[in-house]
Design a binder for this molecule. Structure first.
Ligand code: DC
Length: 231
C-alpha cells in the first residue's frame, strides 16, 4: 500500500450504475468527503456549450480550461457543485449535457486538467471519488477500489425514472440510446478509457437494494482498513 495517511476509496463503473448514490451513502456513514468526478466533466461541458467552444479548437479549449473553476460546496442537505461561483448542480444533470459529456471528457486537455484537480482534492482528506478512471488513473494506489456494473436494462430504467421524476421530457428509448452511446465512447476512448482496475472488487448491483450495496462496501472497507493498518 502507499505511504499516504488518508484513506481513498475509488468507485468506477458504467453510466447510471448507482455509483454516486452508493458513494454518497458510504461517505455519510464513514464521514468521508465525497467527490463526484463525473460532475466535473459535466461542468466543463456546460461551460463549453455556453461559450460555444468547438471541440476541435485546441487553443479555445486550453483557454477555456484556464477560466474554469469548479468547487464542491457542502450545505446542510447536499454538496453543491459550483462553476465559477454559480451553483450548477441541477443544470448539469439535464439530457443536453448528458448528450455531449462523453465527447468533452474524451479530450486529452480536459482530462489532464480534471485529473490534476481530482488528485489535489484527494491529497489530504479521506475521500470517496466516483467516476470512470479513478482506480486506474487518478488514484492507482487507492486503498479500496470498487467496480460497479449492472444490467443495461436496469440502468436505463433507473435513469429514466430519475429524469422523469424531475420533470424531464424524455422517452425510455432516448435514455437507452444515451447510455449505450456513452458506454461505447467512455470505454473506447484513447485517454484513460473506462476499464476495471486489476485490483478492483466487482459489485453487480442489478438485483441489490441500496442497503445491501452499502453493507457490501462497508465490509470491504473494514477489510481494506485492516490491511492498510498492517502495511
Ligand atoms: O458519472 P456521470 O454519468 O455523471 O459522468 C458523466 C460523463 O463524464 C461520463 O459519460 C464519462 C465522463 N467521466 C469520465 O470520463 N471520467 C470520470 N472519472 C467521470 C466521468
Amino acid at each position: 500500500m502507499s505511504g499516504r495517511h488518508n484513506f481513498i476509496i475509488a468507485i468506477d463503473g458504467f453510466s447510471s450504475c448507482g455509483k454516486s448514490t452508493l458513494a454518497k451513502a458510504l461517505a455519510k456513514k464513514l464521514k468521508f468527503a465525497f467527490i463526484d468526478s463525473g460532475a466535473m466533466y459535466r461542468a466543463v461541458t456546460l461551460y463549453f456549450i455556453r461559450h460555444e467552444i468547438a471541440l476541435d479548437d485546441q487553443e479555445a479549449i486550453e483557454n477555456a480550461l484556464k477560466d474554469i473553476h469548479i468547487d464542491f460546496i457542502p450545505n446542510a442537505i447536499k454538496t453543491e457543485i459550483h462553476l465559477n461561483d454559480e451553483d450548477i448542480s441541477e443544470e448539469i444533470r439535464q439530457m443536453y449535457i448528458s448528450d455531449k459529456v462523453s465527447d468533452v471528457s474524451a479530450i486529452k486537455a480536459v482530462r489532464l486538467a480534471m485529473v490534476a484537480q481530482q488528485q489535489k482534492l484527494g491529497s489530504r482528506r479521506n475521500i470517496i471519488m466516483d467516476g470512470r478512471d479513478i482506480g486506474t488513473t487518478v488514484f492507482p494506489d487507492a486503498d479500496l477500489k470498487i467496480f460497479m456494473t449492472a444490467d443495461p436494462k436496469v440502468r436505463a430504467a433507473r435513469r429514466y425514472l430519475e429524469l422523469t421524476e424531475k420533470g424531464e421530457d424524455v422517452t425510455l428509448e432516448e435514455v437507452v440510446e444515451n447510455l449505450s452511446t456513452r458506454d461505447r465512447i467512455d470505454s473506447t476512448r484513447a485517454e484513460s478509457p473506462l476499464r476495471q482496475a486489476e485490483d478492483a472488487i466487482v459489485l453487480d448491483n442489478s438485483n441489490l437494494t441500496p442497503e445491501q450495496q452499502l453493507h457490501f462496501v462497508e465490509e470491504e472497507y473494514l477489510k481494506a482498513k485492516a490491511a492498510k493498518a498492517q502495511s
